[in-house]
Design a protein. Structure first.
Length: 98
């Protein structure tokens, strides 16, 4: 992915300090309230983690103008998590990731 993008996953050390792999890892992506955004976030996860190992929940603001897409990954490795973050930061109109 692009080396120009300063946004990236938490450090590998920070991830490994609180998670064991294989295991569950949760990422929340915030963006506009569109199905295109939701689909792009899910596609970013599925590019690295098989669909059967990704749970998706979409929450909308009361106005519907923004969405939070929660990805619960059953990740095999820390590298999978890092790659999902890398792909998510390329999603158009992404506001924030937690």
């Amino acid at each position: 992915m692009s080396g120009d993008n300063p946004r990236r996953a938490p450090s590998r050390e920070a991830i490994l300090a609180v998670h064991q792999f294989p295991g569950e890892f949760v990422i929340k992506a915030f963006g506009p309230g569109t199905s295109e955004f939701d689909d792009a976030v899910v596609a970013a996860a599925h590019a690295e983690v098989p669909p059967e190992r990704v749970q998706v929940q979409v929450r909308r603001t009361a106005s519907g103008s923004r969405h939070c897409v929660t990805l619960t990954l059953m990740a095999e490795t820390v590298e999978q998590v890092e790659e999902v973050y890398t792909r998510l930061y390329l999603v158009e109109k992404l506001f924030m990731i937690l």
